[in-house]
Design a protein around this ligand. Structure first.
Ligand code: GLU
Length: 279
């Protein structure tokens, strides 16, 4: 069994991250498997070296050890680009010049609100024809969207944790209706969370993706991409989210719950385990 923790160094780790990392780490150790670390730093505007350093420090303090070298997404931009070129040549992605405002304008229905998918408003398809692959034309400097009609196939994945436990079937129609043409490469990044996470989990040989239940819907996109790119589909453990006393899930900017804050106030790693229900 190989699992991982994949934080973005865009803020302090909080109790929710501690839970995710400890859970994945404990499961790997209990199974005699491997626990890997990946730094998801594709957002060059928001990722900071100081946050990355703090991640290593917090994890070590928690008693977490990771196996092998740390993977950093910022060092894999070539891999993401090559994959996009392949998808472009196969006519599975198209370039999109729509701004958020264009999309809102194109989808505004007076009666009902625009349909929402895991990434926000389901894209109405404005650029699907105009942005499609032209032979000989290089990958243009725009956002790239997945043509879901062409990409989606029947597939499934296994959920092994908490409330979604079981096998989940995915149908092309469901993907077209509830997800749509998601962005696979942002113009400012040259990739996206979805594309990078799929390629990296495969490159690291991950057999179990352990992460928060907030990413459950995004997993359908990942499974479609795995099929498209001929990569194995791992098992998924989408765990409960750690919430504050008002039931709100913790956010990166919620500094009050930052691990470093608890550390400074004298909490021990055992206290943290107890606070997240792993004590
Ligand atoms: N980098 C993501 C985050 O920090 C987690 C992605 C994942 O586990 O798939 O929220």
């Amino acid at each position: 069994m190989i699992t991982r923790f994949a934080p973005s160094p865009t803020g302090p780790l909080h109790l929710g991250h501690a839970y995710s990392a400890l859970l994945a780490h404990d499961m790997a150790r209990a199974a005699g498997g491997r626990f890997l670390l990946r730094i998801e730093d594709i957002d060059r505007q928001r990722a900071k070296p100081a946050w990355e350093a703090q991640i290593y420090d917090d994890l070590r303090w928690l008693g977490i050890t990771w196996d092998g070298p740390v993977m950093r997404q910022s060092e894999r931009l070539n891999i993401y680009r090559q994959t996009l070129e392949r998808l472009w040549e196969n006519g599975i992605i198209y370039s999109c010049t729509c701004s958020r405002r264009d999309i809102e304008a194109a989808t505004s229905a007076p009666q009902e609100g625009a349909p929402l998918g895991p990434d926000g408003i389901i894209y109405p398809g404005t650029c699907r024809q105009t942005g499609a692959h032209r032979p000989g034309r290089p990958l243009p400097d725009t956002a790239m969207r997945l043509d879901m009609k062409r990409a989606a196939t029947h597939c499934s994945f296994e959920e092994i944790c908490d409330q979604h436990r079981g096998v989940h079937q995915i149908t092309p129609q469901q993907m077209i209706d509830t997800v749509g043409d998601v962005v696979l490469a942002r113009r400012d990044m040259g990739t996206s969370y979805h594309l990078s996470v799929v390629l990296d989990d495969a490159a690291q040989g991950v057999t179990q993706v352990t992460r928060g239940a907030d990413l459950f819907e995004a997993t359908k996109i990942h499974v479609i991409l795995q099929k498209l790119l001929e990569l194995p589909t791992p098992a998924y453990c989408h765990h409960k989210l750690i919430r504050d006393e008002n039931g709100k899930r913790l956010a990166k900017r919620d500094d009050a719950r930052a691990l470093s804050r608890y550390r400074a106030e004298g909490a021990s790693p055992t206290d943290i385990r107890r606070m997240v229900g792993l004590g």
